[in-house]
Write a protein that binds this ligand. Sequence first.
Ligand SMILES: [Zn+2]
Length: 195
Amino acid sequence: MGALWIHDDNKRRPHALLSSGKHSNGFFNASLATSNPDVLHQLCKALLRQVDFSRQLPQMVVGSAMGAVTMAYEIARQLDGKTEAGFTEKVDQLMELKRFSIKRNHKVLVVEDVITTGGTTRKTIDAIERAGGALLPFILTLVNRSDSGQLDGYNIISLIQHHLPIWDADDCPLCRAGSKALRPKDNWDKLNASY
Ligand SMILES: [Zn+2]
């Protein structure tokens, strides 16, 4: 669906400025796939096939806004229809469960569309812990583009495992070559233009 973008080493072409502030030569624009409800349904179904919930069905599924909002709902719907769904939202430098509450020790499953550095997911985990939820020992993501199968001791279960390099701005070979770093979703046409 054109959601995976890789830089072609043409220095006139911009490269990706990630939400962590780091730079990359690749990007998964998951919303190009998840905006299609039928595709999202199929992706979540395929992801859930990898999980054994026999011992611990979650009472709530939580994703980070905005990327994982619809995914949290779709995963909850496919689980058993009794599982609630919610999302965290950015408040200053944190994520907060602004419009949802969790009953103490209710089991919560965290889902993501894409895990890159894990920074956003880590903030969502913190928000659920502050709210008194008990996290399942794994996180579900459509794409894991980090080079690890774990995040702070939580196993990452992904549909696609595809490591893409990231660099600090000071250390970015594409910046050095003269390419500009731009926020990918806002500049998708520039990233994909013919140069
Ligand atoms: Zn750069």
